[in-house]
Write a protein that binds this ligand. Structure first.
Ligand SMILES: NC(=O)c1ccc[n+]([C@@H]2O[C@H](COP(=O)([O-])OP(=O)(O)OC[C@H]3O[C@@H](n4cnc5c(N)ncnc54)[C@H](OP(=O)(O)O)[C@@H]3O)[C@@H](O)[C@H]2O)c1
Length: 332
């Protein structure tokens, strides 16, 4: 961190999500995009021309950049372990895109390594940092809004891309579950906590990736969730939380809301916003959370704690086993 206490960000793998993230980062107070690092210098230069900062022609040079305080790992999931390790070994804090890795054991090892080195590490689960989601969570359990009994959440859209695209490629950890299904699962986890039981069905493509997945969950006290995701159809992309006092509804896209609707059992409904503004699309709020943690000297985030990331990873492992999904098949 420099004299004026700005936080220097380094973007590792300047692909699709890195562009969205950096558009929001430009609106985050105290954030400075210091550098981006690509496997290709040309791509890094194109990215830097658009968003600012220096361009590095390798990930190694990016993590070695002395002005980078925190590395944003934005490569496809299968590389998150390698690239998070690279940043940690260079002594950098890490914000790693979701899913943190493709299995529980690897995710646990990364957090253990960050802890051992005394470095901050967080999964980029922006939904958990969204101010509207935080407001909803704060209202649950109150006398007025009641306790959650049923959660419904869905995320899907038809993916019409080249079969070599990350989302469809088994070798790059493609499929609906870890790309989209992680959001309904995380949302249910935020609202209801650790599931006691998940039951899942899925449809696999000939390539082996999952095209769609439907999950039923049972949580403490008998609360239930129905969750779905797909790569093949235009689904509602909404969520609802039914309590014993009324109903919260999150519009499309539920995983980065700008408001939430509350309909009490009796009387008129109302729209609620967050206590803080949504920054950009909401990626700004996760960046802000990282910065607040770094400034406070915290190694982990309370909004996206490792326990939550690891629990959801365990749930993904469980669902994956139930639907017969295996990663690592060759993409040819
Ligand atoms: N939070 C969200 O809303 C959100 C949304 C979309 C995606 N994501 C997550 O972000 C991650 C990246 O997704 P994306 O859609 O941005 O991916 P992408 O555009 O397909 O790829 C990101 C970058 O990864 C680098 N890369 C390194 N090795 C690669 C390889 N072998 N094949 C392809 N690319 C490789 C490439 O950059 P260089 O070659 O230039 O280094 C590429 O531009 C995923 O884990 C995904 O789940 C999150």
């Amino acid at each position: 961190m420099d004299a004026v206490d700005t936080i220097g960000w380094g973007v590792l793998a300047p692909g699709r999500i890195a562009h969205s993230f950096c558009r929001d980062l430009a609106q985050v107070p105290g954030a400075r995009l210091v550098a981006s690092g690509s496997r290709s210098r040309e791509r890094a230069e194109e990215f830097a021309a658009q968003h600012g900062g220096r361009a590095h022609g390798s990930y190694e040079d990016l993590v070695a950049d002395p002005d980078v305080d925190v590395v944003y790992v934005a490569s496809p999931h299968v590389f998150h372990e390698e690239h998070t390790m690279l940043a940690l070994e260079a002594g950098k804090a890490v914000l790693c895109e979701k899913p943190m890795t493709l299995d529980t054991g690897t995710t646990e090892r990364l957090f253990a390594e960050a802890e051992r080195r005394g470095l901050f590490c967080m999964e980029a689960m922006w939904t958990a940092c969204n101010p509207v989601v935080r407001r909803l969570l704060a209202l649950l359990g109150t006398e007025t809004h009641g306790s959650p009994r049923l959660v419904r959440a869905d995320l899907g859209f038809p993916v019409r891309r080249d079969p070599a695209d990350r989302l469809l490629d088994p070798a790059l950890g493609g499929g609906a579950l870890v790309d989209m299904g992680i959001y309904p699962l995380t949302f249910a986890h935020l609202v209801l906590g650790e599931p006691e039981q998940l039951r899942a069905v899925g449809t696999l493509a000939p390539s082996g990736i999952d095209l769609e997945v439907a999950i039923s969950g049972r949580y403490a006290g008998g609360a239930l969730a129905t969750l779905s995701s797909t790569l093949t159809a235009a689904t509602p992309r909404t969520a609802a939380v039914a309590t014993d006092r009324g109903l919260f509804t999150l519009e499309r896209d539920f995983h980065h809301p700008t408001r939430v609707h509350w309909q009490p059992e009796e009387g008129p409904g109302s729209w609620l916003e967050g206590e803080r503004p949504v920054i950009g699309q909401g990626y700004g709020n996760e960046a802000l959370e990282v910065q607040e943690c770094l400034r406070a000297g915290r190694m982990t985030s309370e909004l996206v704690p490792p326990t939550q990331t690891i629990s959801v990873m365990r749930q993904l492992d469980d669902v994956r086993r139930q639907i017969g999904l295996e990663y690592g098949a060759s993409s040819g």
